[in-house]
Design a protein around this ligand. Sequence first.
Ligand code: PGA
Length: 251
Amino acid sequence: MRRFLIAGNWKMNCGPADAAELLEGLKNAKAEVAEEVDVLVCPPFVSLSMSVNYLHDTDIQVGAQNLHFEDNGAFTGEVSATMLTEAGCAFVIIGHSERREYFGETDSTVNKKAKKALENDLVPVICVGESLDQRKQDIHYQLVENQTKAAFEGISSSEALDAVIAYEPIWAIGTGETATPEQAQEMHAHIRGVLAGLYDKETADGIRILYGGSMKPGNAEELLGQEDVDGGLIGGASLKAEDFAQIIYAR
Ligand code: PGA
């Protein structure tokens, strides 16, 4: 049985002071107490430690938005997996479309980062998804399949079970436009089929697949009600404690 995961991707928002305010709001909204739902927030690096401390008496987990695949060394500006675990992170987002588009993330670096995360007991939240142009060209299934296969290359089935996938159609991120529940379900089922091909049905059935792209209180229930949608990766709406809490309780 897959546990729901509702994850907030704060992106480049909320330094320590704003993070404290938002986390206080989440505590007040009792965002952590929904049963059968794992709750995760992913603040920027500088707010990770304080978020971990702030949330130590709650069930809300903390994750980072990126990591480097090397252990340490001369990589100015980068942060390693061991640094994240030392800071108290349990999860890390990998291959978000914004990183693929603006920071040169490729299928190959996504794979290296996913492996490094798993080696260090960090749950990788691996993002896949197509642009509007790719959907119009009708290559979205193939594209997401390729991204998924590349991300899991060299990862065993027992490790894969610890990973999370986030399907985020780029055309729905931050645009207010959402995939319909049917579009989300179709792609999630496709991804699960790809995982069954890579591993086996049992493994595929155990891996959580989140939907991301303008999820908000008004559409969360329908999206989360789809058979293969196991939670959400939420950007904009995760910056408002009440909205995020409502999504946690949407199901
Ligand atoms: P959004 O972002 O909810 O603001 O569309 C989702 C994401 O990029 O993870």
